[in-house]
Ligand binder design. Structure first.
Ligand code: ATP
Length: 579
């Protein structure tokens, strides 16, 4: 379906509001068209015949028409605004919940600034289209047709002279739009580019400063800003090249109407009042052409915006519940990777190749390997952030794809490698997945994550507000809050993906010691992507990953004996520690 048609279709939800807007618009047009007729009546029946009563009557009716115009104008703009706000509201909610549902693979490929533009400025374009451009076009067409009919009925010869302005002005407008359509699109794109640079700089302000790239970034922004101003100036020039001709045309037609109409008045074939009314219609008839002309590029922009918005709304949710999926409620701790191979969407190489292992209940599994060997990828497959390309992952013998996604993820507590905190208090951040948690519960997990003492030392304690990216906290503090947040969930499988990398070795060991007890009590199985020897030594089993393959597994002592790679990794870490 064409995007614009779809936008119009979404007005169905607001059918009565939209209908009200159109009815108000028709009444407004009627009031507009009646006014010159009242003038005609006042002049011909009143002024010419020296009948004061008719003059007063016509003046009174003109007041009524003016009030009606004001009312219908308000009604039309209020109702069309309400309908457009409603459609924008629905679209914003729809795209937001879609973004929430879309799989990791979508977010891997989508650019944040692009998504932001879709949710904000693209939806705004659609709203302007419904609230303004659409009404302009309907109003323009209705006014044009009605005035044309009225003029033809009043005096067909004069009407034909007057109406010549319509195709000529229409042609000039069409030429203006076709010549400048690319320019309008270019302006939109340049605005988007400018916003992208702004967003990048806001997010990466620290990097910019650290690399002393302020002036380079400033000149990048200024260059784009210049281009935008130049493009905007081009439209002004284009407008200057077109619109004076349209006004000239209208003046010429006014003169022609005055000359030809005047002659007809002298010949008593036409009244003065009719001539005045004709002239008023001439002014009225130009308006819709200009309005339709200006609405055209806005409609083209709205169509492009709608296409981008619907692209996200229609994007396929790759990871979803299978028919007949069952809830995941109990876990006995047997996680099986069965010849698992995985390739990231769009990637050329497999990130995991034929990985097979099986865990035993209550095991603490450490996953170790060189950087980019595939450790996080293994972790990502268990909660189905991605689905395996080949093979299967089972929990207690059942394929993870047979569980409902919601229940599966609700029972997997994961601490990501990169920490994201939300704006709000520390308490809110820790209780993110369990907003009704008691203060005791929050404090308990904070103690386990070795962050309670720090939080308690803050003037506002747990109510301290952290910025959208956790500004004001060190990397290690953020990581520990993230651990506390996960510990408060209803996990039975716990995944810690290098989650203490920014915490010092001593604190990490304390967290580990506390976690060991907890994990063994509460989790049926724990995976730790680890770099530290202490973690690895404590593990019941170590999975050694190299270039996407599981190359060895066993306890620390076993691997020390059997794996050269393990020796190499450990040695590098010992050196790192000593260093
Ligand atoms: N979202 C993604 N899209 C495409 N390729 C990816 C994606 N994430 C990771 N990869 C690739 O998959 C491979 C394994 O990455 P993974 O993050 O699993 O490694 P890792 O062992 O956890 O590394 P590190 O220790 O550096 O965190 C890498 O080659 C990486 O480039």
């Amino acid at each position: 379906m064409q995007p614009i048609q779809r936008v119009l279709g979404s007005l169905r939800t607001y059918r009565w509001t939209s209908l009200g807007a159109v009815v108000s618009l028709l009444l407004l047009t009627l009031a507009n068209i009646l006014t010159p007729q009242l003038f005609r009546w006042g002049i011909d029946g009143g002024i010419v015949k020296k009948d004061l009563q008719i003059v007063l009557y016509s003046a009174a009716w003109m007041v009524v028409a003016a009030i009606a115009r004001g009312l219908f104008n308000f009604g039309q703009s209020y109702l069309s605004e309400a309908a457009s706000q409603g459609v924008a509201y629905d679209l914003r909610n729809k795209i937001f919940s879609k973004i929430q549902n879309l799989s990791f693979s979508f977010h891997d490929q989508a650019q944040t600034s692009q998504l932001l533009t879709r949710v904000t400025s693209d939806i705004e374009q659609i709203r302007t289209f419904i609230g303004t451009s659409l009404i302009q076009v309907i109003s323009g067409v209705v006014t044009l047709v009605t005035i044309a009919v009225v003029l033809l009925v009043m005096n067909w010869q004069l009407a034909l002279i007057t109406l010549t302005v319509v195709p000529l002005a229409g042609w000039l407008m069409a030429r203006f739009i076709s010549r400048n359509n690319g320019l309008f699109r270019q302006i939109q794109e340049q605005l988007a580019n400018l916003n992208a640079v702004l967003q990048e700089n806001l997010v990466g302000v620290r990097v910019v400063k650290a690399f002393v790239r302020e002036s380079a970034e400033r000149s990048r922004y200024t260059t784009l800003n210049d281009t935008l101003v130049k493009a905007n100036m081009k439209t002004i020039v284009a407008i200057r090249n077109t619109f004076p001709f349209i006004f000239l045309l209208s003046n010429l037609v006014t003169i022609a109407v005055f000359g030809y109409g005047g002659a007809q008045v002298i010949g008593n074939r036409f009244s003065i009042g009719e001539l005045v009314a004709f002239n008023s219609y001439l002014v009225l008839i130009l308006q819709p052409i200009l309005l339709i002309g200006f609405a055209a590029p806005a409609i083209a922009q709205a169509a492009a915006s709608a296409e981008r918005v619907y692209e996200v709304v229609d994007a396929e949710v790759e990871i979803r519940d299978r028919p007949g999926a069952v809830p995941f409620d109990t876990c006995n701790g047997r996680v099986t990777f069965e010849n698992v191979s995985f390739r990231y969407p769009g990637a050329t190489k497999e990130a995991l190749k034929e990985v097979s292992f099986e865990t035993k209940p209550k095991e603490l599994i450490a996953v170790l390997g060189m950087t980019a060997s595939g450790k996080s990828t293994i972790m990502n497959l268990i909660p189905r952030f991605y689905d395996v390309t080949r093979g299967a992952i089972r929990i207690d013998g059942r394929d993870v794809r047979d569980f409902t996604l919601k229940s599966l993820r609700a029972h997997i507590g994961i601490v990501f490698q990169e920490t994201t905190l939300f704006s709000g208090s520390i308490r809110e951040n820790i209780a993110y997945a369990k907003p009704n948690a008691t203060m005791e519960e929050v404090i308990e997990v904070a103690k386990t994550a070795q962050i309670h003492d720090f939080i308690a030392s803050l003037p506002d304690g747990y109510e301290t507000i952290v910025g959208e990216r956790g500004i004001g906290l060190s990397g290690g503090q953020k990581q520990r809050i993230a651990i506390a947040r996960t510990l408060l969930t209803d996990y039975s499988i716990l995944i810690l993906d290098d989650s203490t990398s920014a915490v010092d070795a001593k604190t990490a060991a304390q967290i580990q010691a506390k976690l060991d007890d907890l994990m063994r009590q509460k989790a049926c199985i724990t995976f730790v992507v680890a770099q530290r020897i202490s973690t690895v030594k404590n593990a019941d089993r170590i999975l050694l990953i190299d270039k996407g393959r599981l190359v060895a597994q066993g306890t620390h002592e076993e691997l020390m004996q059997t794996s050269t790679l393990y020796g190499v990794i450990l040695e590098s870490q010992v050196k790192q520690k000593e260093g």
